[in-house]
Design a protein around this ligand. Structure first.
Ligand SMILES: Cc1ncc(COP(=O)(O)O)c(C=O)c1O
Length: 393
């Protein structure tokens, strides 16, 4: 049996335990309602798909594209940053297109880290945040996240207690999985902290447009001087229901953009050009679809939260993202998130993601992705109630 050092550094995928069980139940004929993966269920808005089809008919678009992305798309992205955040970015030097932000994050890790570099990463986290760097050979210093934690104290302690000193700080707000949000003042402090401690900041705002009620998501790029220390990832996957298109971006510090561009120039030729042309239409075109998508998640959130509250599961209502990060009710806490998720699946026929899959500090929680419509959500609430009632008897 061959052993590969890199592969040995990747632990077994916790989510596959719940996924396998879900498939087993479905094969046995059970109707499982699935809130597991953050995979938008709705189609891409029609005007974007129409532009893709049109561009795909043009043979000139069938050639290799540019690994940094076509200029029109980089311009469209910079236009979005200007309109949304009043931030000026140079599409030539401060913006790059990636094959989904996941690819960009992973290859950025390859571009800027060497074996032994230390990365400050949230825990719980979206898995590519730590594992992109682990694949690149770096080491992770986990920053525990949660409502009772003082973030700046945590990162101050982490820097003080680490040698070699950390090189990179990852921030992701609205957070996957915790749905935690921040205000601009938070980023002002992050930029100061990064300067003082000679850190590169990688921000991920994949859920920038999936915000609820009055909350508006800021960008680290709004902080004066952020470009000295930071880059930021954005993605069309959630904003425009385009997860399968693999369309992401990184903006910010020109040296870091150039480093990613160089690695990518060896690895890929850019996404299929019609996808990039249509992605520019998504960013430049009518934005009513964004509001519709936002409101759909908001109303699913309200249905799920009010249903959970009615049965006494007082999960916090998220201000953004497509997730509810629900603390496991006290009487089930001893099960841990994996066993709780398995029991909920077997008895309630509802799939959620165990918090421990996002990191050990997530084990008191499960993540509920708002990817089922309201009818199915109500149906799922009945299953959840039956499970909770049976369990607490
Ligand atoms: C926080 C976060 N970043 C990045 C991604 C990946 O997005 P993309 O589809 O652009 O690779 C996701 C997807 O769920 C995410 O939750």
């Amino acid at each position: 049996m061959r052993e590969f050092e890199k592969i040995k550094r990747l632990p077994p995928y916790v989510f596959s335990i719940v996924n396998d069980l879900k498939m087993q139940l479905r094969r046995a004929g059970d109707d499982v309602i699935d809130f597991g993966m953050g995979n938008p269920d709705q189609p891409t808005p029609q005007h974007i798909v129409d532009r893709l089809c049109e561009a795909a008919q043009d043979g000139r678009n069938h050639r290799y594209s540019l690994s940094r992305g076509i200029p029109g798309l980089r311009k469209a992205l910079c236009g979005w940053y200007k309109r949304k955040f009043d931030v000026d970015l140079d599409p030539e030097t401060e913006a790059i297109v990636t094959i989904g932000s996941k690819e960009g994050l992973a290859h950025l890790a390859v571009a800027i880290t060497s074996p032994g570099d230390l990365i400050l990463c949230p825990n719980p986290a979206y898995p590519i945040h730590p594992y992109g760097f682990i694949i690149a050979g770096a080491d992770i210093r986990h920053v525990p996240m949660g409502p009772d934690r003082d973030y700046f104290q945590e990162i101050t302690d982490a820097v003080r207690d680490s040698w070699p000193r950390p090189k990179v700080l990852i921030v992701n707000f609205p957070s996957n999985p915790t749905a935690q949000v921040v205000d601009l003042d938070f980023y002002v402090k992050v930029v100061d902290f990064a300067r003082e401690n000679d850190l590169i900041v990688i921000s991920d705002i994949a859920y920038a447009e999936i915000t609820f009620d009055e909350y508006k998501c800021p960008s680290i790029m709004q902080v004066p001087g952020a470009k000295d220390v930071a880059v930021e990832f954005y993605s069309l996957s959630k904003t425009y229901n385009m997860p399968g298109w693999r369309m992401g971006f990184m903006v910010g510090n020109a040296e870091i953009v150039a480093a990613l561009a160089k690695v990518k120039s060896y690895l890929d030729y850019g996404t299929f050009q019609p996808l990039q042309i249509a992605a520019a239409v998504a960013l430049n075109g009518p934005q009513e679809c964004v509001e519709e998508i936002r409101l759909r998640y908001q109303s699913r959130r309200d249905t799920m939260i009010s249903g959970l509250h009615t049965m006494g599961w007082m999960a916090e209502s998220p201000k953004a993202s497509m997730f509810i990060w629900a603390k496991i009710p006290d009487e089930f806490k001893a099960l841990g998130s994996l066993e709780f998720s398995k029991q909920l699946l077997i008895q309630g026929k509802v799939a959620v993601s165990p918090g421990v899959g996002f990191g050990s500090y997530g084990d008191d929680y499960v993540r509920i992705a708002l990817i089922e419509n309201e009818h199915r959500t109500r149906q799922a609430l009945r299953g959840i109630r039956n499970f909770l009632n049976a369990g607490s008897d």
